[in-house]
Write a protein that binds this ligand. Structure first.
Ligand SMILES: [Zn+2]
Length: 69
């Protein structure tokens, strides 16, 4: 089961894998992977919901297994 994550932790992990954020609409952020072909939208809230965490994992498929731990 996917658990919610703190935005800060998720952002830090994504950054450490070379991802970069670009502002989206409202509290949304578009996170691009280093190759620029993969993108996930993350809501910038204190806690990121399991659905968004799951979606991020599916979209950024280049991330190694267990990157969230
Ligand atoms: Zn990519």
């Amino acid at each position: 089961m996917t658990k919610p994550m703190k935005y800060r932790d998720l952002a830090r992990r994504l950054r450490s894998h070379g991802c970069t954020p670009k502002p989206g609409k409202g509290d949304h952020e578009k996170w691009y992977c280093p190759c620029g072909k993969h993108m996930a939208v993350i809501t910038r809230t204190r806690d990121v919901s399991p659905g968004v965490v799951d979606d991020t994992r599916k979209k950024l498929t280049f991330l190694p297994e267990g990157w969230m731990k």
